[in-house]
Ligand binder design. Structure first.
Ligand code: MTE
Length: 322
């Protein structure tokens, strides 16, 4: 399927890229020192700055395999997908992430792998990107708040990363943690949830081929407001499971408590599978508002991915294990 380039690039993204390209040009021309000071002195203070971005850029420009897994539905407009967000680290308003996420310190980035794995430790993102191939997946995204989108993600199957690090017989659950950095992430200075944002999957959910570690969307690197530089995407579960800006992955034998369960276990279960028959205590989950459309549409069981994932929950009472 053809890939696309979205013409509408927010102003906030254009400027840093232009500065970056300019800088490379000047470096080639031999004006390195003077130009560097004029353009952005702080760029040169960080060791390994741009290491992962330099690996990601050519990969995004190559012809990636792409799978359309949203029933041919129209893509959500890039602007909507990047201006209507949930990222409580930057506030609870839908526009807060777009306004404040430039403060997310994404470079350099590493993920610390801990727990029941053969190989643990802090892995620089560039090493992950060099080791695993990227692919594009077009998925529906259904938020627990009853809105939805269709997004072309680019990423690595989570199973590829976990297999590389060697699961053991005690690897039963995968816990994820977002970056904790209240100096830069203003929302973390308020007790909105128990920070850092923590989510988890059962190991068979984590190893399912639909479960993606996304580093881009719409053919571009992940915008900060969408969870740069690397986030989870689990398309058959409510969006809150798809944790952003992952700093730590811990493999456990026992089920961990997620941030949303800790905050309100009656409203947010561990599984959080999209299910039109199990209402949120404060609203119905039978229908949803597709961002960019008027009216409401029916919510699909497992967000339409039942053929692929229903077997994971065979014999479970989904009214109880919500
Ligand atoms: N991850 C972190 N770290 N913080 C958050 O507030 N919000 C979740 C999820 N991941 C959230 C998060 C929720 S509720 C949803 S619906 C999706 O991110 C939204 O992803 P999007 O903004 O890219 O559409």
């Amino acid at each position: 399927m053809p890939r696309y380039r979205y013409p509408v690039i927010p102003e906030s993204e254009v400027t840093p890229k232009a500065v970056f390209d300019n800088r490379r040009h000047f470096l080639r021309q031999g004006f390195a020192v003077g130009a560097a000071v004029m353009l952005a002195p702080s760029m040169f203070l960080t060791k390994n700055a741009h290491a992962w971005a330099d690996v990601l850029k050519p990969a995004l420009e190559s012809d990636l395999p792409s799978q359309e897994l949203a029933g041919g539905e129209a893509l959500t407009d890039f602007r909507d997908a990047t201006t209507y967000n949930n990222f409580y680290e930057f506030g609870t308003g839908k526009r807060d992430p777009e306004v404040f996420a430039h403060n997310l310190p994404v470079d350099p980035w590493s993920i610390t792998l801990e727990g029941e794995l053969d190989k643990t430790g802090a892995i620089p993102l560039e090493d992950i990107l060099k080791r695993h191939s990227l692919e594009e997946r077009i998925y529906r995204l259904r938020c627990v708040e009853a809105w939805s989108m269709v997004i072309p993600w680019i990423g690595i199957p989570l199973a590829d990363l976990l297999n590389h690090h060697g699961l053991t017989s005690r690897s039963k659950y995968v816990e994820f943690e977002s970056l904790y950095d209240p100096d830069n992430l203003r929302g973390q200075r308020r007790s909105i949830i128990d920070w850092p944002y923590r989510e988890a999957l059962r190991i068979d959910e984590a190893m399912h081929p639909l479960t993606l570690l996304a580093v881009g969307m719409y053919g571009e690197k992940m915008p900060n407001q969408n969870g740069a530089p690397i986030r989870l995407v689990v398309p058959w579960k409510y969006g809150f499971k798809s944790i952003k800006s992952i700093a730590k992955i811990r493999i456990l034998e026992e089920p961990p408590t997620t941030s949303w369960q800790a905050r309100n276990p009656e409203e947010y279960g561990f599984y959080a599978n999209v299910n039109p028959d199990v209402n949120h205590p404060r609203w119905s989950q039978a229908r949803e508002r597709r961002i960019g459309e008027s009216g409401r549409r029916e919510t699909l069981m497992f967000n339409g991915y039942g053929d692929e994932v229903a077997h994971l929950y065979k014999g479970m009472d989904l009214q109880k294990h919500y």
